[in-house]
Design a protein around this ligand. Structure first.
Ligand code: ADP
Ligand code: ZN
Length: 212
C-alpha cells in the first residue's frame, strides 16, 4: 500500500504515520524529519533548508523532490510506503507522478485552524520521533520521553509567529493538492479532531475499505 498523509502542521500526520506503519508493516518517510536531520548534521541540504523552515515557508521543491526520489529508489519501500509531509505543492505532486510513485490513497487529516494553533503551542517533541502535548498527551514525567528517557524540547518552528506562517503556507500551497487527488478518486478525508485513538480508528477504517 502506497500512501500519502496530508494535513495542516500539527494535524497529527506523524502520530498517525507511526500507527499505520506498525499495523500495515510499511515504512514512513517524513520530509520534515529528513530536513531537520540534515540541519542537525550541518549538511549542504540542511544549510539550504534552514531559513525556509525557520520562516514557516516551504523549502524549494527541488530539495524535497530529491529526498523522495532517492527514498523511492531504495529496497525499504518495495512493499509499500507512507509519505508524511510530501507532496506539499502541485509541482511536488506532479513530480511524484512522474517518478511513477503509484499512490493508492491520500489520507487528509482535517483539523480546524484554531485547534491547530492551540495544539502547536503545547507540543513537545523527542529526538526519537515521539511527540507530546503538555495538556492533551503529557509524558509520565514532565519533559522526559516515555519511550526513550531523553529530554523533550519545543521544535524551533513551533513558535506562534512561525505556526501562523506554516498554516498560511498550508492553505495557499498544499491544500490545492487535495483537489488534484480527489479528481483521481484517491482522496480520503478523516476528521482529525478528538482523541488520538478515535482518529486512528477512523484512519484504519478508511484504509481497510481501500484494501478490500
Ligand atoms: P508540519 O507538518 O508540522 O509543518 P514538518 O516536519 O512536516 O511539520 O515540516 C516542517 C517544515 O519542513 C515545513 O514547514 C517546511 O519548511 C519543511 N518541509 C517539510 N516537508 C516539505 C515539503 N514536502 N516541501 C517543502 N518543504 C517541506
Ligand atoms: Zn524519545
Amino acid at each position: 500500500m502506497n500512501l500519502i498523509l496530508m494535513g495542516a502542521p500539527g494535524a497529527g500526520k506523524g502520530t498517525q504515520a507511526v500507527k499505520i506503519s506498525e499495523k500495515f508493516n510499511i515504512p514512513t518517510i517524513s520530509t520534515g524529519d529528513t530536513l531537520r536531520r540534515a540541519i542537525a548534521d550541518g549538511t549542504e541540504m540542511g544549510l539550504k533548508a534552514k531559513s525556509y523552515m525557520d520562516e514557516g515557508k516551504l523549502v524549494p521543491d527541488a530539495v524535497v523532490i530529491g529526498i523522495i526520489k532517492d527514498y523511492l529508489a531504495t529496497d525499504a519501500c518495495k512493499n509499500g510506503f507512507i509519505l508524511d509531509g510530501f507532496p506539499r505543492s502541485l509541482p511536488q505532486a506532479e513530480a511524484l507522478d512522474a517518478m511513477g510513485g503509484n499512490i493508492d490513497a491520500v489520507v487528509s487529516i482535517d483539523v480546524a485552524d484554531d485547534v491547530i494553533v492551540e495544539r502547536m503551542s503545547g507540543r513537545r517533541v523527542c529526538a526519537c520521533g515521539a511527540s507530546y502535548h503538555v495538556r492533551h498527551n503529557p509524558p509520565a514525567v514532565a519533559d522526559v520521553c516515555d519511550k526513550c528517557g531523553s529530554a523533550l524540547y519545543t521544535r524551533a518552528d513551533d513558535n506562534a509567529e512561525t505556526v501562523k506562517n506554516r498554516l498560511q503556507t498550508y492553505h495557499d500551497l498544499t491544500e490545492p493538492i487535495a483537489e488534484y487527488y480527489n479528481a483521481k478518486g484517491k482522496l480520503i478525508r478523516v476528521d482529525g479532531q478528538g482523541a488520538v485513538e478515535d482518529i486512528t480508528a477512523r484512519v484504519f477504517a478508511a484504509l481497510e475499505s481501500i484494501e478490500a
